[in-house]
Each structure stands twice: as C-alpha cells, then as structure tokens.
Write a protein that binds this ligand. Structure first.
Ligand code: F1P
Length: 346
C-alpha cells in the first residue's frame, strides 16, 4: 500500500496526480454533491472520506450503503459524482447501485483494489488502490489503502478549488508521507494488544466508540470483531452513547475508545469518564504521551500522533489486531470466518 502511496507522491514531486481521476477533475471540483457508495469495510472508508471531503472541499457528501441504494429510488441530479468503493470490485450490491446511478446520468468513479474487476469496468474513471491481494476474507489493508486514495483525491480537489490553503495542503501531504512509519510503529504494539485480547476474549458484548474522523474507525473496529471473533460488538459515535447504548454499560462490558488527540479529544475524555462512572472497562487507543487519556483507561494502546484527517489510517491498525488476536486465541480461522464470502456476488 505504502510503496504505492510513496510512488504516487514521489513521482509527482510531492503533488498528486491520479490518472484515472484527473480526467474528471473538473466535474469533481464543480460537483454539487458527491455520493460514496459501498458495503461493509469499504462503506466505513467512505464515511471517513465524507468527513475529509466536506472539510477540505466544502462539497456536500452523502454515504450510501449500496445494498439500500440499489433498491430505493434515489435522487440523482446533474452534476452529482458517485464514488464507488470496493476491495474486490465484484460486490453485486455496489455494481448494481452504480449501474442504476449511471442510467440516471451520474458520473461514476471507482476506488477499487482488483484491477479489471466488474466495478472498475463499470466506472467512467477512477483510481486503483493497488493494495495487493487480501488473503483473508475480512477486509483489512484495503481500508487503509482506500483511505489513502480517497484522502489524496480530497486534497487535490480542495487545493484546486482553493478551499484548502497551500500550507495545509503541503502539511497534509507530509502527513501522508509519514503514514508508513507511523503504521509500522502502531504494529509494534502487537504484544500489548495480544495481552489485552486475552483479557477480554470471553466478553459476550462490546462497545466501540469514537468521535469525528474516528467515529467510522470505531464502526470498523466493531465490524472486525464481529467478523473474525464472533463477539457481539456495536460501534457508535461516542456522543450518541447517552441516547441509548449507555444502558448496556456494567462491569462486564468492554468499551473500546478511539481516543487519539484531535479537536474532539476533550469530549472523548468525558465520554471515557462516563463509562468509568458506570464501572465499564475502558480500553483506549491513545496518542503517544497522552497521560490524561491513559489515566482514564483500564488498558491503553499507544499510536503515534497524526493530523486528525490522517489518523484513521493509523488508528484502525490496533482495532484490526485486537480482533485478530481475540479470534486466534479462541481458535478460529480468522482468514475464513464462518458465513462470510470474500466478495458478495448475489
Ligand atoms: C465489501 C465487504 C467487505 C467484507 C466482506 C464482505 O466488499 O462487505 O468489506 O469484509 O468481505 O464484503 P468489497 O466491495 O469492498 O469487496
């Protein structure tokens, strides 16, 4: 993934050119609306992208489950751009959804991993993520690669439109360049994560919470746990907790927080306190050196600090490792989870 990311940045002297997207730069820059369409993990990448696109391009973004979009009668207007996100490029719901949108006159751009796949072929243009084959059924590195590509698209549009200053654009490009090292550092936490996994592997339920850019990371953490360790997990925006899920909290409930330093941080800390006050177990992914967050948690996993737009690419790593070690410690074949298919083609 990162060789590819590096390649793209280096080859252009630090600026972003994306061949299959470049052709549609005008339509993207002047789009009235962008609609992300995807399923599962790819849908979560779309949700992070919504936050990033709206922040840097000021274009309204909607994120649709392809499995819903294809069966309803969605409003598509001239000037709408659809971004279809898929690892396999073969997910039937996503394929049918984009065919429907194409008939209504939308421009379809694909962010797809598998070269020459059906979704890639059905799109007008797009960018391959080139993450290499996903060995397991559950999507993992595809998520990081999708975010890298979607972030690059958003930065480029923001820069062209002038909604992103040159200074911030350059800063975010440098942050993208730093992602490989930061992911490597996050991976070095694996022994700690394995210990945490063994502590909570017998939980029957769990909650994953995050705010802002990290809310979709909480959703993705919960999805990974469900997919490969068969533990019931709910992902929620931390601010929504008080509107329902807080009723679940007791001394047996592990609550996983994505709590790295960002503009939502103080609020996330108070959400952690709310869980502690109800005797829930708090396990938090925190930025290196954040003693305040660490002090509130029963268990912490540290990751290097990154700009909040970039942090989800790094923060998802401990979420994936946690699900992996819980699944492995329970003796499950994490590469072939029961009832799941690599590409859902019906
Ligand atoms: C979407 C997806 C995956 C999930 C599983 C079933 O696939 O929901 O995220 O892990 O493999 O399919 P894709 O459209 O991204 O290939």
């Amino acid at each position: 993934i990162f060789d590819c990311l590096r390649g793209r940045l280096d080859a252009t002297g630090g600026t972003i050119t994306m061949s299959g997207i470049q052709k549609y730069a005008d339509q993207l820059t002047t789009a009235n609306r962008i609609i992300m369409i995807a399923c599962g993990t790819s849908w979560h990448a779309g949700l992070v992208a919504e936050y990033i696109f709206e922040e840097v391009t000021r274009i309204p973004v909607e994120v649709e489950y392809a499995s819903e979009f294809r069966y309803r009668n969605p409003i598509i207007n001239k000037g709408d751009v659809i971004i279809a996100i898929s690892q396999s490029g073969e997910t039937a719901d996503t394929l049918v959804a984009i065919e429907t949108a194409k008939e209504k006159g939308a421009i379809i751009l694909g962010v797809v991993n598998v070269v020459g796949s059906s979704i890639a072929r059905a799109s007008h243009g797009g960018a391959y993520t080139h993450a290499g084959p996903e060995i397991g059924v559950a999507s993992t590195k595809a998520f990081t690669a999708q975010l890298a590509v979607l972030t690059m698209i958003a930065l480029k549009i923001g820069y062209i439109k002038g909604t992103l200053t040159e200074k911030r654009y350059m800063h975010l490009l440098n942050e993208l360049n730093d992602v490989p090292e930061k992911v490597a550092t996050a991976l070095m936490q694996k022994d700690k994560i394995r210990e945490i996994a063994s502590k909570y592997k017998n939980a029957s339920d769990s909650l994953y919470l995050g705010r802002g850019y990290n809310f979709p990371v909480a959703l993705e953490g919960a999805l990974k746990l469900k997919e490969i360790s068969y533990i019931h997990a709910e992902g929620y925006p931390a601010a929504e907790m008080k509107h329902g899920p807080i009723a679940l909290v007791d001394e047996k409930l592990p609550v996983f927080f994505v709590a790295t330093k960002d503009s939502f941080h103080e609020k996330v800390l108070s959400n952690m306190q709310e869980i502690k006050a109800r005797k829930g177990k708090v396990i938090a992914v925190v930025s290196e050196g954040d003693d305040a967050a660490s002090a509130l948690a029963d268990d912490t996993i540290t990751v290097p600090y990154a700009d909040e737009l970039i942090a989800p690419m790094i923060n998802v790593i401990p979420m994936q490792l946690l699900a992996y070690y819980i699944g492995v410690s329970k003796g499950y074949d994490v590469d072939k989870p029961r009832n799941l298919a690599k590409s859902v083609t019906v």
